[in-house]
Design a protein around this ligand. Sequence first.
Ligand code: ADP
Ligand code: NA
Length: 332
Amino acid sequence: KFKPRIFSGIQPSGNLTLGNYLGALKRFAQKQDEGIETIYCLVDLHAITVWQDPEDLKRQTREAAAAFIASGVDPTRSVLFNQSQVSAHAEMGWLLNCVARMGWMNRMTQWKDKAGKSAEKQSLGLFAYPALMAADILTYHATMVPVGEDQKQHVELTRDIAAKFNHDYKTDFFPSPEPLIEGVATRVMSLRDGSKKMSKSDPSDASRINLTDDADTIAKKFRKAVTDPAELPFEMEGLEARPEARNLVNIYAALADMSPEAVLGEFGGKGFGTFKPALADLAVAKLEPISREMGRLMADPAEIDRTLSEGAARARAIAQPILEETLDIMGM
Ligand code: ADP
Ligand code: NA
């Protein structure tokens, strides 16, 4: 009943990281090149669930659009837009707020992590965020959602919300979208703490590689990355109790389009004094063209805005009829 369609998004809430690139952007471009219909969204309505300075948000939204394009997402072949320009997201979000249950939201690990002990002080939007994410996906009848590990639970919640809607309204209107969590870089970890994911919202800049970092900064961050003193093993089993080493091997593998086994084939028996500079060189070789292209695109913000407006018009053409049919099913 549903044709294959991919939807995914990234928050324009700060510097995009190597984790966002390997876990999301690079794969978004690959999916587009596989000939599947692809819809990609800068989810600014999600970003404002925590405080965003208005000027920063504006700039970061354009910068995130530039990062998509520089990473190979072609705005003529994919639909690329920002969420706030397509009102169906907010409207569908409200409808699904009335389908989702408080108990489901309370179980979301990202909410628990972000709210911590200060849930009372968080915005209502941060709590409802996963229902808006369900709306983002379902208002396109998307069937596949490429994401990193950290978003798996939210896609599963989307399936629960779709199932409850279909059950309550005795319909098969919404598909049950599949999370696509593929490759070795589904959870790139912090360079300072092997138990935390690399994130643009981490207060420590040394914990992450930003897409816009220059070659010296990238080399320095990898050099200072926390590791153990042992040499790299020859087999994957040797990485099991070494999360920091495994993270760097996985990053190398993802950047080089190699398997982690092949990386150990090359670097097994060598120390980090050899491996880290090789990793830094590889990262610079892959990221430099992207940051150069981002710089070129950012020099013409009006052109980025035009691209996003065109993307929004194409997104609206898909989302609006699905929103209207949803309202009709619900009796409105
Ligand atoms: P962040 O967590 O950096 O604020 P977002 O929540 O905007 O980023 O996530 C955008 C996409 O990037 C999602 O698909 C998310 O799963 C992916 N992603 C974020 N951080 C990582 C990471 N460290 N490793 C792999 N994928 C990641
Ligand atoms: Na995230």
